[in-house]
Design a protein around this ligand. Sequence first.
Ligand code: G6P
Length: 611
Amino acid sequence: MCGIVGYIGFRDAFSVLIKGLHRLEYRGYDSAGIAVIEDGIVGFKKSGKVSDLEKVCEQHIFRSRIGIGHTRWATHGAPIDCNSHPHYSENGKLAIVHNGIIENYHSIKEALLLKGHTFSSDTDTEVLIHLIDEIKTKTNLDLQDAVRAALRKVVGAYAILVLDEDNPGRLIAARKGSPLVIGVGNNEYFVASDATPIAEYTRNIIYLNDNDVACVNYDGLSIVNLNNIVQVPFIHELELQIDILEKGGYPHFMLKEIFEQPRSIRDCMRGRLYPDEGRIALGGIKIYEDFLKKVNRIIIVSCGSSWHAGLVGEYLIEKYARVSVEVEYASEFRYRHPVIDQHDLVIAISQSGETADTLAAIELAKKCGATVFGICNVVGSSIARNTDAGIYTHAGPEIGVASTKAFTAQVTIITMFAFYMAQLKQTISKNHLKEHLAELNLLPELVELCLHCDDKVKKIAEKIKSSNNCIFLGRGSAFPVALEGALKLKEISYIHAEGYPAAEMKHGPIALIDEDMPVVFIATNHSSYEKVISNIQEVKARKGVVIAIVSESDTQVNKIADYIIEIPEISEFLVPTLASIPLQLLAYHIAVSRGCNVDQPRNLAKSVTVE
Ligand code: G6P
């Protein structure tokens, strides 16, 4: 949801910024812009992709060592050139890039209009830079103090970078509610929404905290909070590997990430799963073991694919650990006055660790006294830092906007958590647990086998690519997989798709079925096999086109379905992960064959840092 990047040092700032914007483009791709300081501020912005911005910049010979850049996901104002960032003060001497929303921008704008300011965009961001300018001019405050004074008047969320041509050796960076990290190099600094533009230059990272205002110079940096109290930065070591940020020979990040899943799942289980001992160890939440033994209600809050992973958790935790689980959309939970207290455990699941609604749900849960865990992919993210304890998914950076490897890593973590709880509460026999963990340990190899269906799925995709609608059906823990399959398809191919519990089909969706309606079933040979077969018959009786994901040993579905995709013979608790793989590939191949941009689908963003 908008990516920002800044640089100050000895390199060509333009090249660092453009490369950084390409890395951040997954966060938003409506428009892009940069500003650098040469003799004065020089800026370019353009609606469209970062590559469109590059074309606009072609004629200019850049010669700057300091600058800021932005890639936008529009909130206030349409994605047109004038609303693109950077935004400027009226005299053009100050430039800002911003990720977030200034909620009270309207009242600030009215006050500034009365003082004679004129605006050239519809954005909240332009209001903020005018406010900083107003304060700086009227009070003679130094740049960092003027930014601080302006931010004290602001309600909302922001990560900002400010340039001032009167202070050509300074970059101001501030955050509240939106992420911002500083990379510390040798005589150079990088600032960005996440570490992806920084990783190739330095491994030393400072995560700014809410209310921090940093002043970054060529030879050092200082951080104060909004109340001007000095903050001592802590330098973390970044683990991110550069090759993971490249496509590595794949045509799209999404396909690369789908094929990375054997590795990402192995990384996610490493050091946590001890199959020989029949034991799970989750170091990040170990000190809560006594609490977990007593807890009798778990509430999972999340959004999007992470919410689907939470639903899988509901099935598995209740089945194996016998603890009641509720799964809530974070955006609903935060506003519906939920009844929670200090006896409850709230688990926030989030790939980015920055989703605004999930963060707000965490705050609410903490206020009510609940213990809050995070299951996050991005190390050092806001959710990881704002929760009492947590479990990282370690899937590595996910660049494709449609979640794939992060989702299966979340499902793997929640599966391990279910067994961990069962182990603590002794709701599963030692032998049974050992058997299950031995099978869980094989998951990376099983996913590898599943990926062999790629060619077959591609052929099926060709057959159904022209459909306007599609239904996904599953029962039990395969129901969230049906939801996830439908979400994948709609977000990247723009085909309308719905996921339903297979039995619920009769209460509505069946009315839609005719010879033009593909219906994807998850029909593995587990607890509801016979019932799902009846549902398939019902679809066939209405001439629907059935694509079924079945177990290798299947003997019945293959006689009635139009197309089958086999997955290895496994226990039911592994179905959510394994059945997800062909559905990811199906969505991918359909989207590619329809000519869609699978890594950057329209209107979407990877990280939703606004409500
Ligand atoms: C966006 C992304 C989804 C993601 C959802 C929740 O909609 O496009 O892929 O599932 O946000 O994000 P989170 O980072 O909290 O998992």
